[in-house]
Design a binder for this molecule. Sequence first.
Ligand SMILES: *Cc1c(COP(=O)(O)O)cnc(C)c1O
Length: 421
Amino acid sequence: MSLNKRDQKHLWHPLTQHKMTKDHLAIKSAKGIYLYDEQGHKYIDAISSWYTCVYGHCHPQVVKKVTDQVSQLDQVVFAGFTHEPAVELSEKLMEILPSNQQKIFFSDNGSTTVDIAMKMSLQYHFNQGKKKLRIIAFENAFHGDTFGAMSVSGLDVYNGPFEDVVLNIDRISVPNDANLKDVINAFTAIVETDEVACFVFEPLVQGANCMRMHKAEHLDMLIEIAQKNDVICVADEVMTGFGKTGSIFAADELQNKPDIMCLSKALTAGMVPMGLTTCTQKIYDAFYADEIAKGFFHGHTYSANPITCAAAIASIELIQSDEIQQGIKMINQNHLIFADKLRNHSKVENIRVKGVILAIDLNISIDRYGKDRNVIFNYFMDKGIYLRPLGNTLYIVPPYIMQEEQLNFIYEEIFRYIYEA
Ligand SMILES: *Cc1c(COP(=O)(O)O)cnc(C)c1O
């Protein structure tokens, strides 16, 4: 029986209407920037497998760290025990995180990091006897698929069945030059009620919202207002973290640093899943007490799994290396040149670049998960390029090890598609 037939028997894929999508391409292996299918065709992974494998697939340094760890210590309960990989990871993180981030809390994926950030914020105020229960988030945000993360997410794609059971969230527009004053006024009005626990946002780039971007100076204004009013600012850097915006974290480009940060995706170089919620000493101190109940009673079975810690340590060593930093710069420069070429094309509605992220809105209307979108997807797969268009938005987030030549090949194919389609 073919792999696809066997797949269809028992597997339920994410974000998939199975009646409309029967076949799933079987990928057999991956190395560097390439995915290889069963027939031996190769595809450039132009989105780093959802922004995870940013140093390329199966990077030798990550493979080595992980395999060394596998035979040393596989798993141990992190409530009550500790181990070298977790401690070393915390120390390494301190080298790259904004200096106000002092404490690290482990989980398994991006969604849980956001749930944890929300619970931490609520309990931070609760522990001080304050009733601050409201939460602010941007419109069209995406923070994940668990209940808390789904609640702060504003993208309403197919959330219908849950609409009446999610948390009630105060929504504000993402600021831009035109609406800045209104956004600040609306934000200030909510914050000054003294009922707000936290403000959750994707800093500088909203990934799932077609890579929409906003200015650091605008976000800085909102953070300043929030922090003046004892509202915890949560930067969800699950997508932006580890080099996507050019700096290691998007928060590096902000004057006002977030109180909590959420990390996942590229954190472990795409090798194994892990989530981290980091916070300031001030937040941690609100849980540090003689009363047990003031502690944070949240815990995942695989917290700080040593193998995932080893992968994260390797990832940090890579992002600190000259080679990777140069790769990020090279990709950004080439993106900017390509964007200039396409900017005034009649079929291009908007083109934007931030760090290694390039996004092109085409002048056509396409349903996010519809048939036309699959036509574009298949067009590029036939050329040997894996892209995952979001509606009419084409975007690339290449692995930082990509060479100029391979990058130019992707640009040329995008260029040809826009001219011919
Ligand atoms: C992907 C993503 C998440 C969710 O992460 P999962 O690991 O898929 O649960 C949360 N926030 C942002 C900004 C993301 O891009």
